[in-house]
Design a protein around this ligand. Structure first.
Ligand code: MN
Length: 228
């Protein structure tokens, strides 16, 4: 078979300790998964109803890449998040099953046009233009789950121009990874290659052209980049 135009490239991420790459199918994100961040956004956490949105797979950019300041905003915000990569899929999973889908871990930024998100919230519009724009998902190289054991004390943090902006322990998550994946699997069939952004802690703030960011899931992965 031949295509009428050149097929788009398959987005992928490097893997720590390997020459292979991880192919990306879809990118799912959970909102309001840290109570302090929900509060700073003037929202509350509904433990019974996790809230999800998506980014396109080709919004993912790799460690070290420059991030172009996006069009149509004057309030680009950082949200540092643990990113989970799935090696298997499924649907309608129980949390006891869903944890076994995880292939590996990384750290990413859920970049957000906060001004457009505020407008969307006020008008009841979808969040796509606020969340799913080009280059909106810088993600580190991925660490295979077989190489690392996360604990409740594992620290997620972000510095901008060497000043600490966001920091939390994973124990502060409202929904842990198995519960996130189980809830997602009732809404979408999950498949190998999916990435899941697991929510951001408090401290979200603006990024400007020239800012350098350093995100870390301590002991697992780091992500560096620059807004240009
Ligand atoms: Mn987020």
């Amino acid at each position: 078979m031949t295509y009428t135009i050149a097929p788009p490239a398959l987005p992928s991420l490097p893997i720590i300790g390997s020459d292979q790459r991880f192919p990306i199918r879809r990118v799912f994100c959970i909102g309001r998964n840290y109570a302090e961040h929900a509060r700073e956004m003037g929202a509350s956490v509904d433990k019974s109803a996790p809230m999800f949105f998506c980014k396109p797979a080709d919004a993912v950019i790799s460690d070290g890449a420059d991030v172009p300041y996006p069009s149509a905003t004057s309030d680009l915000h950082h949200e540092v998040e643990m990113v989970v990569a799935l090696g298997r899929g499924g649907h309608d999973l129980a949390p006891e099953q869903a944890g076994s889908l995880v292939w590996g871990y990384g750290v990413g930024l859920d970049l957000t046009r906060r001004d457009l998100q505020a407008q969307a919230k006020a008008k009841g519009h979808p969040w796509d233009v606020a969340k799913a724009f080009d280059h909106s998902a810088p993600v580190s190289a991925l660490r295979p789950a077989t190489d690392v054991s996360l604990t409740a004390d594992t620290v997620l943090r972000l510095s901008v121009n060497d000043a600490l902006r966001q920091q939390t322990a994973l124990s502060e998550m409202v929904h842990d990874v198995p519960h996130i994946l189980a809830a997602l699997s009732t809404l979408f069939e999950l498949k190998a290659g999916d990435l899941v952004f697991t929510g951001t802690p408090a401290g979200v703030a603006a990024l400007k052209r020239g800012d350098r960011f350093h995100a870390e899931l301590v002991g697992v992965a780091t992500l560096d980049g620059r807004i240009v």
